[in-house]
Write a protein of this length. Structure first.
Length: 202
């Protein structure tokens, strides 16, 4: 499944720059220069990630986000020229997934976008190496990071290749391999319910 990203920003030059870079990396990208047009695209194409500017005329990013959340749970990365910790805190408090200040290096935003498509599972250390090797063998996965936790469990985070969403595949493989998964989640929200449903179905 091709990853769909929506950019909403009244800066046309910035929008076109991001559009080109994301398209080059294999994503489906939609762009709007107003909050209202952005909402129309969001309702039509159901993006997997939204990059949203806060300071826009007519309908600003705050109101656009509020209306977007009425119909979509897609991760949202806020962009802003405001250099204020209070603004960042407010954005995260109301449910934004990330916050990037302008000006920014395009690579930073692309890296953050990639992170929001990652899937993390938590399982016992004894299963970690086998699970890591299995995840790395998936065509959709670009890399896997392993982190040991103080409680003796291990976190494996799978980062997808452009244009791939491994969430459902990771869940299915975990069930098929009978891994003792304690947690399964993505930036868009925890997937414990999805995993339980797959387990029951199997």
């Amino acid at each position: 499944m091709v990853e769909k990203i929506l950019i909403i920003d009244d800066d046309e030059d910035l929008t076109q720059m991001l559009l080109g870079r994301l398209l080059y990396r294999g994503y489906d990208v939609y762009a709007a220069n107003s909050g209202l047009d952005g909402l129309k695209l969001a309702y039509q194409y159901h993006p997997n990630l939204v990059i949203l500017d806060l300071m826009m005329p007519e309908m600003d990013g705050w109101e656009t986000f509020r209306q977007l959340r009425d119909r979509s749970s897609a991760p949202v990365v806020f962009l802003t020229a405001l250099n204020s910790g209070e603004v960042a805190a407010q954005a995260l408090t109301i449910g934004a997934n990330d916050f990037v200040r302008k000006p920014f290096h395009p690579g930073e935003l692309l890296a953050r976008s990639r992170h929001h498509n990652a899937v993390t599972l938590v399982l016992p250390a004894a299963q970690a190496e086998r699970a890591r090797a299995k995840l790395k063998s998936m065509n959709q996965v670009a890399s896997v990071e392993q982190t040991a936790r103080a409680d003796g469990l291990v976190e494996l985070t799978a980062f997808p290749n452009p244009g791939a969403m491994p969430i459902e595949d990771v869940s299915a493989i975990a069930v098929a391999e009978k891994w003792d998964v304690r947690e399964l989640y993505a930036e868009a929200g925890r997937l414990d319910d999805v995993f339980r449903e797959l387990t029951m179905a199997g």
